[in-house]
Design a protein around this ligand. Structure first.
Ligand SMILES: Cc1cc2nc3c(=O)[nH]c(=O)nc-3n(C[C@H](O)[C@H](O)[C@H](O)COP(=O)(O)OP(=O)(O)OC[C@H]3O[C@@H](n4cnc5c(N)ncnc54)[C@H](O)[C@@H]3O)c2cc1C
Length: 477
């Protein structure tokens, strides 16, 4: 199949670029090596819409972050993705750290960030009572927020697909040939596609994809971050996102409610050998607990329901790489998109489109582009009377499958049918939250397996956790 533009990688960056390009009369295809989208850094991060005070002024990070915040809030509304503008607090513990709060404030001013203010520890504790008594000074950033990162990615790609973009899963790019008309791209399982332009959004593997295309100008340094996620009962421990002043290793350990109502603590920051390393280590867990308690001493770590890790794709110069390749005509690298990449995703997509325009891509707007996506949580938001009426029309919504999160069969069937369809257990989990509660799927898994099997016309034995060989059961007895 031949396309105008191929996007390598179905993370939040590839997804938002696809959504932006779906506004124009172009044939666009996303190639994703996994069985689903949002399987890289875009599924395992803090989910913070960063205020923009942190990046070095005049860098791409600073520009994309400050422009990105407003654009992301707008896109989240259009795509019906859970988010909240809850504001963040960056805390100094004693005199030695207070100068860093002033530095961040000044940097924020240079980055054109509005509404920030410096407040005393006591003032901060009035609006965030669980904050440690040791907090002496705080940078308060009311424009910051929280968002569900994988739902954003799924929604961006789903909306792009509704507007004509194609998605090919299980397409691990292993070979790229360049000729006068563009790129011929081959996957490890022998599929082949071609396109005039290639946008490299392959996250931690961005350097490898660039090399395959003939560009070896940068190297990704993978940095892992480990987290502990607490039960929803702890979700109101704090209402703001609580940071400590950043160090050379990044933004430090945070404590935050999530957009779905849990409490999240982490991440650590450790350079790892493999970009696919998502190990949880005893040292990582200890660091998260010790440092999170420094900010919020009363966190109930006995209420942890799961742990996870994500890998940042960093580069030695510390900035995002978003540019037309200097070596390979038609290639655009969107690489080293570590934090604040999630916050910046819509701004990055806009910027990439501008680069393509400058490369000669004709951008004719589609007349029938639809930027909105159906609210996949609409049932959840109904009143009991509305639910009653809805269930009469759609009886599957009357059957609770996931007891912890109260997710119905109707919601799961809808997730399996809607673009991009959920094909495996983790795909259903990320779209509906079924299996994300206290029991972590202990009760609902067999029911979800049956629905996936029925909807896709496959045997239950062939249902996987996350594609490939990750089968849930070995056979029938
Ligand atoms: C621990 C951590 C915390 C973070 N916290 C925040 C935060 O709070 N706020 C914020 O703004 N940002 C945050 N970030 C950054 C943010 O998560 C990233 O910037 C963003 O997710 C990057 O998206 P991406 O699409 O570039 O990469 P990914 O989501 O990793 O997507 C890349 C995709 O490419 C695919 N791929 C790779 N190689 C190939 C191949 N050969 N063929 C086909 N497909 C391929 C992968 O499978 C993957 O799906 C954090 C990141 C981490 C890791």
């Amino acid at each position: 199949m031949n396309y105008d533009i191929i996007i390598a990688g179905g993370g939040v960056i590839g997804g938002m670029v696809a959504r932006e390009l779906s506004k124009y009369n172009l044939s666009v295809c996303i190639l994703e090596k996994q069985n689903d989208v949002a399987m890289g850094a875009s599924k395992a991060n803090s989910g913070i819409i960063h205020g923009g005070y942190d990046p070095e002024p005049n860098t791409l990070k600073a520009k994309m972050n400050s422009r990105g915040v407003e654009l992301l809030y707008k896109a989240a509304k259009e795509l019906n993705v859970p988010f909240k503008q809850n504001g963040s607090m960056i805390c100094a513990f004693g005199k030695a750290e207070e100068s860093e709060v002033h530095n961040l404030y000044n940097r924020g001013i240079e980055n054109n960030i509005k509404e920030m203010r410096i407040i005393s520890g006591d003032e901060a504790r009035k609006i965030e009572p669980a904050l440690s008594d040791e907090v002496s000074l705080v940078l308060y950033v009311p424009t910051a927020g929280i968002i569900c990162p994988y739902k954003l990615t799924i929604a961006a790609i789903g909306n792009a697909m509704d507007n004509g973009v194609e998605l090919i899963r299980n397409f691990e790019i292993c070979n790229i040939k360049k000729n006068d008309s563009g790129f011929i791209i081959t996957s490890t399982n022998g599929q082949e596609v071609s396109a005039k332009y290639l946008i490299n959004c392959a996250g931690c593997h961005g350097d490898k994809v660039a090399k395959l295309a003939g560009d070896g100008e940068f190297e990704i340094i993978p940095r892992a971050g480990e987290y502990l996620l607490l039960d929803k009962a702890e979700g109101s421990t704090v209402s703001h996102t609580i940071f400590q002043v950043p160090s050379a290793n990044g933004k430090g350990i945070l404590v935050t409610p999530t957009a779905d109502g849990n409490l999240l603590t982490g991440p650590t920051a450790a350079v790892v050998e493999s970009a696919d390393n998502n190990e949880i280590t005893p040292e990582g867990i200890k660091t998260v607990i010790d440092l999170a308690k420094r900010s919020v001493p009363e966190i109930q770590f006995s209420k942890v329901i799961t742990s996870f890790a994500g890998v940042r794709s960093s580069e030695k110069n510390g900035d995002f790489i978003i540019e037309a390749s200097k070596k390979v005509e038609g290639l655009v690298n969107v690489a080293a998109i570590d934090s604040p990449g999630l916050t910046s995703c819509v701004a990055i997509a806009e910027y990439v489109t501008e680069i393509l325009k400058n490369m000669g891509v004709t951008l004719n707007a589609k007349e029938n582009w639809v930027g909105n996506r159906a609210d996949t949580e609409a049932f959840n938001h109904m009143t009991d009377d509305e639910k009653d009426a809805f269930i009469k029309q759609n009886p599957a919504y009357g059957k609770i499958v996931c007891r912890c999160e109260s997710i119905t069969e109707g919601e799961i069937r809808a997730a399996v049918r809607q673009n991009p369809k959920a094909l495996d257990m983790d795909g259903v989990k990320r779209r509906t939250r079924s299996g994300m509660g206290r029991c972590q799927g202990g009760f609902c898994s067999p029911y979800v397996m049956r629905i996936i099997a029925e909807e896709n016309g496959i045997k239950m034995e062939d249902v996987t956790k996350k594609g490939g060989a990750s089968k849930m059961v070995v056979g029938r007895m």
